[in-house]
Design a protein around this ligand. Structure first.
Ligand SMILES: [Fe+2]
Ligand SMILES: [Fe+2]
Length: 469
């Protein structure tokens, strides 16, 4: 990871060489990260790979280690044919990067919102430029993932199972231009045009402004422009921010991130979580790339995309970590309201995004929902397996409701992510012990609990499926 910018001793050393010795550590790291990121070409490399991607040329190879496969470790996986195993490995990549693409779309918006606050704070020109560069990179990442995912899904499952409704042609502003059409319905829905939602945004922004009255001078230009045009704040229904909190909560958090410098830094705790979550899997693809390269073997394009994405994201991770852990210390102490809200955000994030364990997707840390079961059901009915209703339910029961290796693989990834998050959150003295030690997430790492929950959900789910085909 030569250009990787995570907080390594090299980065710190390079930083001290290029800048004023009186400069604070976090300022040096930001400047060095911006410089390294500007000089890197990972975005271009992954974008080229997407332009030339063709499923057939990559379909006979694993794109990552076998445990990065849907249904890995389940009795069904053991029975699956070699071609089904390959499909499960490819669909894991697709599912994972669909989630990442939606999450990165939200990230882009929050980058712009918080950048507006840092601009008003002054002295953070490189940070603003870095956030702009990251936002630009994300737009390439998102379109790359979508392109590969679309071609793969179409080849494996056919067009009919995609079901991506196109968004209406209403003006969605800057975010509308960034998002590929299939992702737009996840951000914009008709509910935003109702009078109620307009009042709701007004009320949420009013509360945030009232509670942060002394910080008006930092109000983000991005939010100011939305307000002037009477545009609502977009909030995703999927991806990480869609999972962290219901849309009205996310919009409320957004107003706060866009007014107070402390809250703007605090947003980067959430972004760091997203970075660490992504890296938890992506590092395995990164290692696969290196091993294949060393052996001079064929490297599937998605593996290479993951490799370059991890390198690009390492700059973003450094920025998230620096803002979440260091930069806020240079600001005035948080008010009781800011402390409360920061605690609420991490608490909700743990509860809604990290408090469970999946039986069918190793590395997914929420309880398996009826919606996720429907996704697996559709997969078993698809041309990949071509099962009857009865057979699908039989194998689903074994995957979701009985202990198998997949749960143990999930636990392994759970432990890795927990450690990465604790490393950063443990330093946040303004957070409660529940958040610093990620206690809710830790309690969710239980196979027993996951199976008990799945039995209840699956019983209900299976009753909704007709017994005959
Ligand atoms: Fe990205
Ligand atoms: Fe990123």
């Amino acid at each position: 990871m030569s250009q990787s910018a995570e907080l390594t001793p090299e980065i710190l050393e390079q930083s001290s060489n290029i800048s004023n010795p009186k400069e604070k550590k976090h300022v040096k790291i930001i400047k060095q990260t911006y410089k390294n990121n500007t000089n890197s070409d990972y975005t271009e490399k992954l974008w080229d790979l997407a332009q030339n991607f063709d499923y057939a040329s990559n379909s006979n190879h694993y794109w990552g280690i076998p445990e990065l496969s849907l249904l890995y470790g389940t009795p069904l996986y053991e029975e699956a044919s070699p071609s089904q195993k390959l499909a499960l490995n490819h669909l894991f990549w697709v599912a994972n990067y669909h989630y990442i693409a939606v999450s990165e779309s939200s990230t882009s918006m929050y980058n712009m919102i918080t950048s507006g606050v840092f601009e008003n704070l002054g002295g953070y020109e490189e940070l603003c430029k870095e956030l702009e560069l990251e936002t630009d990179q994300e737009s390439y990442h998102i379109r790359t993932f979508q392109k590969v995912a679309y071609k793969t899904k179409t080849s494996l499952l056919g067009k009919t199972t995609l079901g991506n409704p196109l968004a209406s042609k209403s003006d969605k502003g800057w975010l509308g231009k960034l998002l590929p059409k299939p992702l737009q319905p996840l951000f914009f829905s008709s509910q935003y045009k109702t009078i109620f939602s307009g009042y709701q945004d007004y009320a949420l922004s009013f509360i945030a402004k009232k509670m942060l009255e002394g910080k008006k001078q930092y109000y983000s230009q991005y939010l100011r422009e939305l307000e002037q045009k009477d545009h609502p704040i977009a909030a995703a229904s999927e991806g990480i921010s869609g999972q962290v909190a219901p849309r009205h909560w996310m919009r409320f958090f957004t107003f706060n991130w866009g007014i107070s410098p402390f809250m703007a830094c605090q947003y980067y705790c959430l972004r760091y979580t997203a970075n660490a979550y992504l890296k938890n899997h992506e590092y395995c693809y990164y290692k696969s790339f290196q091993e294949l390269e060393k052996k001079g073997e064929f490297i599937p394009a998605p593996t290479a995309i993951s490799y370059y994405h991890l390198l690009d994201e390492s700059f973003h991770t450094t920025i998230s970590q620096t803002l979440a852990k260091d930069m806020y210390r240079e600001l005035p102490q948080p008010t009781a309201y800011e402390k409360f809200l920061s605690g609420k955000i991490l608490h909700m994030m743990q509860n809604n995004m990290l408090s469970g364990l999946s039986g069918a997707l190793p590395g997914r840390f929420v309880a398996d929902s009826p919606l996720f079961m429907l996704f697996i059901y559709k997969l078993l009915k698809s041309p990949v397996f071509g099962m009857s209703n009865q057979d699908s339910l039989y194998w689903m029961e074994k995957s979701f409701c009985q202990e198998h290796d997949g749960f143990h693989v999930g636990l392994k990834y759970h432990a890795k992510l927990l450690e990465a998050l604790r490393r950063v959150f443990n330093c946040l003295e303004y957070q409660s012990a529940v958040n610093r030690e990620m206690r809710i997430m830790a309690a969710g790492g239980s196979i027993d609990k996951a199976i008990k929950g799945n039995i209840k959900v699956f019983e209900k789910f299976s009753r909704s499926i007709p017994q005959s085909n």
